[in-house]
Design a protein around this ligand. Structure first.
Ligand SMILES: Cc1cc2nc3c(=O)[nH]c(=O)nc-3n(C[C@H](O)[C@H](O)[C@H](O)COP(=O)(O)O)c2cc1C
Length: 355
């Protein structure tokens, strides 16, 4: 292994050993050294961050977002050139070419496919899990928004679940991570590995969720300012300056147009989103678009606004998606350092509990 955190001598050896045991199931499932996933972040989670995360012993996930099949094909190939460690691909269920994107993942023997953005459409789970020429099968990870849906997903054959609270950056549900974890872990953590996401900024929280039965965790916000992240320097600066209360959820302005809330840093872009919702709601009223199309228009808006901030550095008018843990992001640092800090904090917390 390269120079990663888990090799480092620790003053909290009993904690480190406990942490390794607590993470064993999640790490075995992912094929990584530690059960920490860097959640897919559109425009941010590309070859560099994903490969760096997996090389550091964690688990990187490519954000396919609105990519075409050719772009995803190239991104997976480029990531494989940077790491020989396992990584995953996150696909959005409402992508019009979902099945073709699944085929691209199969072509590259991607080991883990994460389905985000809604329940898996008919046939998608079977397609991901179908045996490949060499006999291997991909594992499928889904987001479970409620306990009932978690149980349904497990019955449908998903291999692992992510439960993500409203503290997270990006698209969010209405319930906090701590409540989801308390409600869901005792009921589902035996059946499949469950990864907890949303609002995790320090290792102490990781230790807490592992103690509650999680197999591992998924963080997004904490990894945006990694040296290896290609996010624009202004995007990273905005993270470093922000505090928890700057990361706010978007507001739905028209009850007829249900939009999934997005958590991002407060800026002038919020008003642009309000204007976009008005425009789309009006098209809906006029019968110019159907509801599904209207919702897709909103999703396209977010993809464009995020690109504007992440790639172009327009953090005033673009969308600076960030979770409430943003206040704990204080500097740019190598991803190995971020993981080392998280592991040390988690081990310390577990050691203190043992003592
Ligand atoms: C800038 C940004 C972009 C994101 N884009 C996506 C995405 O494209 N697909 C997805 O499933 N989740 C996306 N997420 C959510 C992350 O994968 C992850 O689950 C979340 O950030 C975890 O919560 P945290 O931000 O509190 O750590 C995004 C999050 C951020 C901050």
């Amino acid at each position: 292994m390269t120079d990663t955190a888990i090799d480092r001598p620790s003053s909290t050896d009993s904690g480190a050993a406990r942490l390794t045991r607590r993470m064993a199931r999640g790490a075995a499932f992912l094929g990584s050294e530690v059960a920490i996933m860097a959640g897919a972040m559109s425009w941010v989670s590309e070859r560099n961050l994903v490969a760096a995360m997996s090389n550091a012993g964690g688990f990187g996930v490519i954000a396919c977002g609105a990519m075409t099949t050719d772009l995803l094909d190239a991104e997976i190939a480029a990531t494989k050139a940077l790491t020989d460690k396992p990584f995953g691909v996150n696909l959005i269920t409402m992508h019009p070419d979902l099945m073709a994107l699944i085929a691209v993942c199969a072509k590259h023997r991607v080991g883990h496919v994460v389905l985000a953005g809604g329940l898996p459409p008919k046939g998608s789970l079977e397609a991901i899990k179908a045996p490949r020429e060499d006999g291997s099968r991909a594992k499928v990870i889904c987001f479970a928004p409620t306990l009932a849906l978690a149980k349904k997903l497990i019955r449908s054959g998903v291999d692992a679940l992510v439960i993500e609270g409203m503290e997270a950056g990006g698209h969010i549900g209405p319930v906090s991570t701590s409540v989801l974890a308390q409600e869901m872990l005792p009921e589902i953590a035996e059946a499949v590995p469950v990864f907890v996401a949303g609002g995790i900024g320090r290792g102490q929280a990781i230790a807490g969720y592992l103690d509650m039965g999680a197999a591992g965790v998924q963080l997004g916000t904490r990894f945006v300012c990694a040296n290896e992240s290609i996010a624009h320097p202004k995007f990273k600066q905005a993270f470093i300056r922000a505090s928890a209360r700057d990361a706010v959820a978007s507001v739905q302005i028209d009850p007829r147009l249900p939009v999934i809330p997005v958590r991002a840093l407060k800026n002038a872009g919020g008003e642009l989103f309000t204007a976009k919702q008005r425009e789309v709601a009006q098209s809906l009223d006029e019968g110019a678009v159907a509801m599904a199309e209207a919702q897709l228009a909103i999703e396209h808006y977010w993809a464009g606004a995020l690109r504007r901030a992440v790639i172009d550095g327009d953090v005033e008018h673009g969308s600076v998606m960030a979770g409430q843990s943003v206040g704990m992001v204080t500097k740019e640092e190598p991803i190995t350092d971020i993981i080392a800090t998280l592991l040390d904090e988690a081990a310390e917390a577990l050691a203190a509990r043992a003592a």
